[in-house]
Design a protein around this ligand. Structure first.
Ligand code: MTE
Length: 324
């Protein structure tokens, strides 16, 4: 049990979330190790930098370990001030400004539908389903910007295993909070509330699909989807639903907030695909937030956001222009 610094809230929660300073020192160590600077000195360095945790990282399955990026994490200030969370407004600065009214505790998540063991998990129980891991993922927004964020969580598949989907479960639907008392943006009709998203069951089972509880060694700030959200790094950011309250296992492809709002612009799959333009703009390149502002050079966007070796086989044989 450690006390986690949580901007806006102070409360103890049972978790292994790494304090930010420790995260940063370990990050420096990992970068040095990657550069070969301290090769051969591993046991002693590991002891100094981060007892226990380095071993835990090394133990994650290779599909996940291979996905960790050495890209420089986006500064915390940008990660937490440039957001999409339409329940708090549509400007990038609105979530940081208005999400203080979201109450992330107490919180529970109902898991229902085609499962043998439906359950309502309170947040603390949910966080204990599996050891929390730190995973540095790139996330790309359909609007053409991206960030690199050290997330804290575990594979969503850990929850799937717990509730035992039936043979009828083909998709997972994610339903997020829609409380007008906490969320001023619900007054606008920009989306059909609640915000919903969905994945095919095999996508949801992929070890990269993360159930996220924190970032940068701290619990999730409200504007980033406190207290629990999805992080699906090979898909456009909108597939990563925030502030989850319900997870439904269903037989038919569920509607999603964005394909209901604009079906010609946002398909169900929404895999990052630089070869399929958004109807109103190209998806070939992206701007990395924190990379020197609007004048920074755009980078080429990679297929599946760079996670093709890990997830490409999920879509073998599918026409990804049709199923965009
Ligand atoms: N979840 C909810 N409930 N409401 C939203 O408006 N926006 C999505 C996604 N999840 C959104 C959401 C979009 S468009 C993006 S790009 C990511 O959250 C942004 O996550 P971030 O603000 O943590 O970077």
């Amino acid at each position: 049990m450690i006390l986690i610094k949580d901007r806006g809230y102070q409360h103890p929660i049972a978790s292994e979330i790494t304090p930010r300073e420790v995260f940063l020192s370990r990050r420096r160590w990992i970068q040095a190790a990657a550069a070969g600077a301290i090769a051969g000195a591993l046991p002693a360095q590991a002891g100094v930098a981060r007892p226990g945790k380095l071993a835990a990282l090394a133990a994650v399955p290779s599909a996940v370990a291979g996905a960790l990026t050495m890209d420089k994490p986006t500064p915390y200030a940008d990660v937490t001030s440039y957001n999409n969370y339409y329940e708090f407004g549509t400007d990038k600065s609105d979530p940081a400004e208005y999400a203080g009214s979201l109450k992330p505790r107490p919180w529970s998540v109902a898991v229902e539908g085609e499962v043998r063991k439906p359950a309502v998990f309170d947040l603390e129980a949910l966080m204990k389903l599996a050891p929390l891991e730190e995973r540095i993922y790139r996330l790309r927004c359909v609007e053409g910007w991206s960030m690199v964020i050290p997330w804290i969580g575990f594979s969503f598949s850990e929850l799937i295993k717990r509730v035992e989907p039936t043979a009828n479960a083909k998709y997972v639907q994610f339903v997020t909070l829609a409380d007008p008392k906490q969320m001023p943006g619900l007054r606008s009709g920009v989306l059909d509330w609640p915000y919903t998203e969905g994945l095919r069951l095999d996508e949801a089972m992929h070890p990269l699909a993360l159930l996220g509880f924190g970032l940068y060694g701290e619990v999730l700030p409200n504007q980033n989807g406190a207290p629990v959200r999805m992080v699906v790094p090979w898909k456009y950011g909108f597939k990563s639903a925030k502030s989850l309250v319900k997870i439904r296992f269903v037989e038919k492809q569920p509607p999603t907030a964005w394909d209901q709002a604009a079906p010609s612009e946002y398909g169900f799959y929404s895999n990052v695909n630089p070869h399929v333009d958004h109807p109103r703009w190209s998806q070939a390149t992206e701007r990395r937030i924190g990379d020197g502002g609007l004048f920074a050079k755009r980078r080429p966007t990679l297929m599946f956001n760079g996670y093709e070796p890990q997830v490409g086989q999920l879509y073998a044989g599918m026409d990804l222009r049709k199923y965009f």
